[in-house]
Write a protein that binds this ligand. Structure first.
Ligand code: HPA
Length: 266
């Protein structure tokens, strides 16, 4: 039987997270370090569309990461599943309802930079949404006019920068460009994206960041690079490659987030 968001709140018991993570394709391992966790499949949450993408588990978790209470959305709904840019809204609203103040979104992405090969991680400092889609289309309130100037939170990014330096971890930074998918980009689209100033391309995250900013959450996002953009090499682009390569950068990202979480939650 499907349960409402109230069920999610009740299931938390004494766990009171203020930080939430969204885990993308092949990045489910990030949840492995979680202790004392609560797990609710999205299928049990009323109003939450199910994700049908392989590599996305589709469940809500809560527990302690490095002794800090966190909520995790393991698996996300993508625009390309049903043509719905607001698919993540019920889950993000639920996060807000349980007291979440900050969001860490993760994704797999194609690199547009030769110096950022598969296995690298990139902190998203800004994004380009030229898709013509926006999850706030149809939102009636004036709150829909969200300022995106500081969508990616500088103080949070500074914590990650400092931690990565202490870990001797190369943390690339760059602009993520959202393409709707599910087909990969063409080589011409990749050349255009590079000209526009993008450093990585992907099929997620941007709608969630817009919604999260609408809800007043502080945001950061990370891309795990699984391949070079179409046409940059002769390699064929496949989803299985995304799933297989993501855990490499995912492991580094997991360490970075785990090591930063205490400071973030201060
Ligand atoms: N393009 C779009 N999305 C992606 C890619 C890509 O090359 N790699 C992983 N996700």
């Amino acid at each position: 039987m499907k349960a409402a968001i109230g069920y999610m709140i009740k299931s938390l018991g004494g766990i009171l997270p203020e930080t939430a993570l969204i885990l993308g394709s092949g990045l489910g391992d990030l949840a492995d370090g979680l202790e004392g966790e609560v797990r609710i499949p999205y299928a049990d949450l009323e109003g939450v569309p199910e994700s049908g993408v392989s590599g996305h588990a589709g469940e809500f978790l809560a527990g302690y990461l490095n002794h800090v209470p966190v909520a995790i959305l393991s698996g996300r709904m993508h625009y390309y599943e049903e043509g719905n840019a607001t698919a993540m809204r019920p889950l993000l609203e639920a996060l807000k309802a349980i007291g979440i103040k900050r969001l860490i979104a993760t994704n797999s992405a194609g690199s547009l930079r030769e110096d950022m090969p598969p296995g690298s991680i990139m902190m998203v400092t800004d994004h380009i949404n030229w898709s013509g889609k926006n999850p706030l289309i149809g939102e009636a309130s004036d709150d829909r006019f969200v300022d995106m100037t500081t969508a990616y939170d500088e103080p949070m990014m500074n914590i990650f920068r400092a931690k990565a330096a202490r870990m001797d971890l190369t943390l690339n930074e760059g602009v993520y460009m959202w393409f709707s998918g599910p087909s990969f980009e063409t080589p011409a689209e990749i050349r255009a994206a590079r000209l526009l100033g993008a450093d990585a391309v992907g099929m997620s995250t941007v709608p969630e960041i817009i919604l999260a900013r609408f809800l007043g959450l502080q945001c950061v996002a990370f891309s795990v690079i699984t391949n070079f953009g179409a046409g940059m090499t002769t390699a064929e682009l496949t989803h299985s490659q995304t799933k297989n390569v993501a855990p490499i950068g995912g492991k580094l990202l997991s360490e970075l987030i785990t090591n930063s979480i205490t400071e973030l939650a201060k």
